[in-house]
Design a protein around this ligand. Structure first.
Ligand code: ZN
Ligand code: ZN
Length: 265
């Protein structure tokens, strides 16, 4: 095996599918900005949906940037968890599952913002009609196992924030919830945070941007060491105990864009 190299990452970025994100967060613009900033690997993680991942992955490939498909899942306790996948097929299947767990409330674009689905050339393909900022009917301590069953990895988002962070919501971080990694905001005082929460030092810690605007995407500042630059290597880094060997069969579905077409309806 080749010796590990360090790669610049930002694994928490919202596209224009998230109603709270800037309309400029198109797949091409995100990939282009990540390229300008000198990042090696990013993840597009819209609220409760992976429907712009195909476009972002294709746009990223044109810039030579690895884009992992992902989403920021909101649990029934209103905790945000970043979920990443090895393949687009797995991401879209899981996205459909999460969509079925959301309250069937239509989005109000005039109040909350649009939820735009694009192709990799930034052409509008449609809009997600269910409001994506709802809480899925899924407990925080069930998310890691669910994502693992789709061959992916999950980590709690912005743990240092009161709103939608596991610590702020639960008061303590449950050690038996199945997570190996966690995210702390880029702006967090890391020394202070981990001196107050020494029990969290055993986790893999990620510093992502949670960008909702292009300028917020991370600079070339955070790295991890991987044996190679691939989705699998990133997921294995996040799950040192190993990915689930009994991964879901993906129901023999081999055409991710077909799945996306069905979900986009
Ligand atoms: Zn969040
Ligand atoms: Zn976010």
């Amino acid at each position: 095996m080749s010796s590990p190299r360090r790669f610049y990452y930002d694994l928490h970025i919202h596209s224009c599918l998230s109603p709270c994100a800037d309309p400029d967060m198109t797949p091409c613009n995100i990939a282009g900005m990540a390229f300008l900033k000198g990042l090696d690997v990013i993840a597009v993680t819209d609220h409760n949906s992976c429907l712009n991942c195909a476009a972002a992955m294709e746009a990223g490939a044109r810039y030579g940037i690895l884009v992992l498909p992902g989403m920021e899942l909101c649990t029934q306790e209103n905790i945000h968890v970043i979920c990443l996948f090895e393949t687009l097929t797995a991401a879209l299947l899981c996205s459909a599952k999460v969509r079925s767990l959301l309250p069937p409330v239509p989005n109000r674009p005039d109040i909350f913002g649009s939820q735009v689905i694009m192709d990799s050339r930034d052409t509008v393909k449609g809009h997600e009609e269910i409001f994506l900022l709802g809480a899925a009917d899924l407990r925080f301590d069930r998310v890691a196992q669910l994502i693992k069953s789709f061959g992916g990895a999950a980590f709690p988002a912005h743990l240092d924030r009161q709103a939608f962070g596991a610590l702020g919501v639960l008061g303590v971080f449950p050690p038996d919830a199945g997570y190996s990694a966690l995210e702390v905001s880029s702006s967090c005082d890391r020394n202070l945070f981990f001196s107050k929460h020494a029990e969290l030092q055993r986790y893999r810690v990620l510093y992502n941007s949670d960008a909702h605007r292009l300028g917020e995407i991370s600079e070339r500042e955070n790295t991890f060491a991987l044996p190679e630059l691939s989705p699998r290597a990133v997921l294995e880094y996040l799950t040192p105990a190993g990915l689930d060997s009994a991964r879901v069969s993906m129901q023999e579905r081999s055409d991710p864009l077909q799945i996306q077409e069905e979900q986009g309806r």
